[in-house]
Design a protein around this ligand. Structure first.
Ligand code: AMP
Length: 249
């Protein structure tokens, strides 16, 4: 079973992002970039399937600028066998990424595609669902447990008030939630090994995909600043303020 995993290069989750002064987006100049955390979980899960003898090959795919090669090397240090970069400087929206992944799936014929449930930069939570629709495959989103049992994948998902377990026939799409696994620490020997693994570089045109944006961002703005709080001398004043000033009780 071949597994494709989509990994996105995003602003590191520890960075406090700043909105550009012209309101067109966030400033990513000189900002630390890393693999989207949900995609690290996706790679980890695919590598565990390989270690259990259930997957034969794990292929990591990233779409974006040349620097995404670093993200792909990290994916290979975690344990992916090879990687494909679809290189473009165009701003990629989820539909464009889903079309690129669809074209790669047609070429590579995997049985399973694992994506993160959402990218922490755009928070779209769309790509996996769009890919499933374009392929006409079953999808299980927000997976907290994945088990491959001959010809099917059983996925437990966290839903309101409990857990739901689905059985999907392969090929299928799975998107990862936070509790699926804890990605391993990347060791230096594995970073060195990853440098020798194959990394193919292609362009959207090689896949016949038009990645032009379909949506236009009108404005990005910072959340309003919180105003300072006040100290109250006693419970009676607190209740009075909550009732008459904040009007929340
Ligand atoms: P989104 O729909 O943008 O929230 O992204 C959901 C998931 O789609 C991510 O966690 C990745 O697995 C995948 N994805 C989105 N954009 C890219 C990209 N440019 N390259 C590779 N994978 C991506």
């Amino acid at each position: 079973m071949k597994v494709i995993v989509a990994v996105k290069r995003v602003v590191d989750y520890n960075v406090k992002v700043r909105v550009r002064s012209d309101g067109t987006g966030v400033d990513i100049a000189n900002v630390k970039m890393s693999m989207n955390p949900f995609d690290e979980i996706a790679i980890e899960e695919a590598v565990r399937l390989k270690e259990k003898g259930l997957a034969t090959e794990v292929v990591a795919v990233s779409c974006g600028p040349l620097q995404c090669q670093e993200t792909l090397r990290t994916a290979m240090a975690i344990g992916a066998d090879r990687a494909i970069l679809v290189e473009t400087l165009e701003e990629l929206q989820p539909l464009a990424v889903a079309k690129l992944l669809k074209a790669l799936v047609d070429k590579e014929a995997p049985q399973l595609v694992i994506l993160g449930k959402q990218a922490i930069d755009d928070d779209c939570n769309q790509t996996g669902q769009m890919l499933a629709a374009l392929l006409g495959w079953g999808q299980a989103t927000f997976a907290s447990k994945v088990e491959v049992l001959d010809g099917t994948v059983q996925v437990t998902r966290e839903v309101d008030g409990g857990a739901e377990t689905l059985s999907l026939s392969l090929p299928a799409i799975v998107t990862t939630d936070l509790r699926l696994n804890e990605p391993r620490y990347v060791t230096l020997p594995n970073i060195m090994k990853a440098k020798k693994k194959p990394l193919e570089n292609i362009k959207p045109a090689d896949l016949g995909v038009d990645v032009a944006p379909r949506l236009k961002t009108l404005k990005v703005s910072e959340p309003p600043k919180r105003s300072a709080g006040i100290k109250v001398p006693d419970v009676a004043t607190l209740v009075d303020k909550l009732k008459n000033v904040a009007k929340v009780i």
